[in-house]
Design a protein around this ligand. Sequence first.
Ligand code: ATP
Ligand code: NAG
Ligand code: NAG
Ligand code: NAG
Length: 357
Amino acid sequence: MDYQTSLILATSTSSIFLLLIVFAVVMLVCRRRPPIENHPRRSLNFPDPDLNTETVTESFDPSICEISMAELTIATKNFSSDLIVGDGSFGLVYKAQLSNGVVVAVKKLDHDALQGFREFAAEMDTLGRLKHPNIVRILGYCISGLDRILIYEFLEKSSLDYWLHETDDENSPLTWPTRVNITRDVAKGLAYLHGLPKPIIHRDIKSSNVLLDSDFVAHIADFGLARRMDESRSHVSTQVAGTMGYMPPEYWEGNTAATVKADVYSFGVLMLELATRRRPNLTVFVDEKEVGLAQWAVIMVEQSRCYEMLDFGGVGGSEKGVEEYFRIACLCIKESTRERPTMNQVVELLEELCRLM
Ligand SMILES: Nc1ncnc2c1ncn2[C@@H]1O[C@H](COP(=O)(O)OP(=O)(O)OP(=O)(O)O)[C@@H](O)[C@H]1O
Ligand SMILES: *[C@@H]1O[C@H](CO)[C@@H](O)[C@H](O)[C@H]1NC(C)=O
Ligand SMILES: *[C@@H]1O[C@H](CO)[C@@H](O)[C@H](O)[C@H]1NC(C)=O
Ligand SMILES: *[C@@H]1O[C@H](CO)[C@@H](O)[C@H](O)[C@H]1NC(C)=O
């Protein structure tokens, strides 16, 4: 072997040796990398509302995840009372900023509100998959000891209840076209829930459960009482859900089964509240009679007195438009569930009304 050959041999042997060492180091480093936390869970995605609802595609959904108590404690500054933005019947709501910069609403459920949430994680998995521009997104949840916390997208303009009943009429952003848009958007959100392969009945549609974003687009919130309607449970509902004034007459007759038509009724009441600024649990005097908001509307529509019901004198609304609005609301609050339209039909009627404006 001459000098040159042995030199080549030596260099190539040492390079192979070096390569092996580099490879070993790379392997070691890779194996030492910590497991990624909060990796997306594999889940079913509900189809987009515009797509055919029959097709349920399987895919990764990185949007809903379990968020640690440590992260939430930092985000809410130890659940500081300064950050409280709401106090619902299920617990306090905080405005918080997660470490990734996203501003969220954090709802810490009261411990005594938890009986209904025995399968909390499963429930969150279901609700976290709902995607619609008029439904408040659930971004995550936290289970820590006895605490159950929900993390929602944050909606800048608070609730419809606030704008209707806690602000003065002067310069209200709730112009007639905005109000009609809000009803159309709530209708779209409800139609989406009702149109899912396994329909979801909200059961507590009311103005405090309609949240508004910075453009006053409506998003339906609070699925605290919503239960999936599956065949086995659709006719036996053990608890009376809902809020005074929004509940359909069949509830009073003891028929508390959760139905989509009960949501349609509550939606009709919401339409009346939005046009009149009257709380549905208060009565109105008409022809020396004291009646509920729904009865009042029926009487007034019969007497062609729609304009008198408006709280703002009708600025921005045509006579035809206002009459059609109340006609739609009165369809939704029909006593007979069969006479009430479906939410899809309501969406069509309201979109037509929006086009007229
Ligand atoms: N995602 C959110 N973004 C911004 N504010 C919110 C959000 N969720 C709730 N809030 C605020 O917190 C308040 C309370 O909300 P929550 O849904 O807990 O109770 P509620 O609707 O008033 O009553 P209930 O629990 O009986 O339905 C809301 O009215 C709203 O002002
Ligand atoms: C957070 O609150 C708990 C109980 O209220 C308290 O013990 C703890 O010291 C607080 N932590 C911080 C960082 O303020
Ligand atoms: C109502 O909604 C339509 C379409 O969604 C939008 O173009 C319009 O600006 C909205 N009007 C108001 C007053 O918000
Ligand atoms: C009506 O509802 C409002 C808001 O939920 C509540 O503050 C008020 O006390 C209720 N009034 C009656 C008479 O029930």
